[in-house]
Design a protein around this ligand. Structure first.
Ligand code: PBG
Length: 327
């Protein structure tokens, strides 16, 4: 053994912050972050979401301000969720031209211009009184094909109000295909579809259901969302959505499914999006509040890991904060 052993010393490239920055394989950028935002009908002040400290249900006004702030910080896009004042069995507020998301989209289109991309979540659970993502049969099951007709109509209403990208999240079979057809027929051939292609039936959505007031009143979502035990099935879902016309595909949740993010990234040639969901957000905020972890470092590490796994875009409730830090 030579006196110089070891010759290979990986620590040489880790010695200083400048050295580490220079050789970093993965970088975060504001344009790679998308901010999910909630807008609620009939409130006059923003309402804090108890299980998501720092997140609010916006009024139309506060949404405009926060969207402007996000755009200024350089976030790639925002995605809107609406909470109507009145819910019913078919979620009629979802495709009402005067529904809360459609009103908010019109506000943002005039405010933001091309400063950031405005997207929408396309689903029924925020709009139905039973909290399910679709139309129910008499027996209380989700009627896939009846639900598709509703999704097609919502897509056209959102596009007409100014959505640039629609994101169907209900996990109904055929949803991307019917939405593409409806958009094209209505003349919205340029509106893109972000498929929530890989969406697991996850406990990590808990806090979101407070934020969007959409917890199912009975049953759960495991007859349409994926079983966390499955990985190969995710590729099947992705390829079905691409065949039906999806322009981008999403994996959700992110942190517990990084293997899936990587497999999808390696399998497709469209942008791969990961959703760091409400439970991922809440766990870090809660542990940090207790002083058990370093909040800022944990947030950055969580986002870097999602990017390293292969996500081109990440939906995160920290998008504005992190984008500001990256600037
Ligand atoms: C459905 C939808 C959900 C989320 C995004 N879109 C809830 C669900 O499927 O139950 C969850 C997002 C999060 O947890 O942050 N409209």
């Amino acid at each position: 053994m030579s006196a110089q052993f070891p010759v290979a010393r990986p620590r040489r490239l880790r010695r200083t912050p400048a050295m580490r920055r220079m050789v970093a394989e993965t970088r975060l950028s504001p344009a790679g972050l998308v901010l999910p935002m909630f807008v609620k009908e009939g409130i006059s002040e923003p309402q804090p979401v108890a299980s998501m400290p720092g997140v609010v249900q916006h009024t139309r006004d506060s949404l405009r301000k926060a969207a402007h702030e996000a755009a200024e910080a350089g976030v790639g896009g925002i995605i809107l969720f609406g909470i109507p004042a009145v819910k019913d069995g078919t979620g009629s507020a979802a495709d009402d031209p005067a529904g809360i998301v459609q009103l908010a989209l019109r506000d943002l289109a005039s405010d933001l211009g091309d400063a950031t991309v405005v997207m929408t979540d396309l689903c029924l659970d925020e709009y139905t009184d039973h909290g399910h993502c679709g139309i129910l049969t008499a027996g209380g099951e989700i009627d896939n094909d009846a639900t598709l007709e509703r999704y097609a109509s919502i897509a056209v209403a959102q596009a007409a109000a100014g959505a640039q990208v629609v994101g169907p999240s209900g996990m109904m079979d055929g949803q991307v295909g019917v939405i593409r057809e409806a958009l094209d027929k209505a003349g919205y051939t340029d509106i893109a579809i972000l498929g929530y292609s890989v969406k697991y039936a996850s406990a990590y959505y808990g806090p979101f259901r407070d934020a969007a007031e959409c917890a199912p009143q009975f049953g759960d979502r495991s007859t349409h969302q994926q079983d966390p035990a499955n990985a190969d099935e995710s590729l099947r879902e992705v390829f079905l959505d691409l065949d039906e016309g999806a322009d981008m595909v999403m994996v959700k949740p992110a942190g517990a499914y990084l293997d899936i993010v990587r497999r999808v990234r390696d399998a497709v040639d469209v942008p791969v999006v990961a959703y760091q969901v409400s439970g991922e957000y809440a766990m870090i905020e809660a542990a940090a509040e207790k002083g058990w972890i370093d909040r800022d470092r944990t947030i950055m590490e969580s986002l870097l890991s999602i990017r390293r796994a292969g996500a081109d875009l990440t939906l995160t409730y920290w998008a504005t904060e992190v984008a500001k830090k990256l600037r």
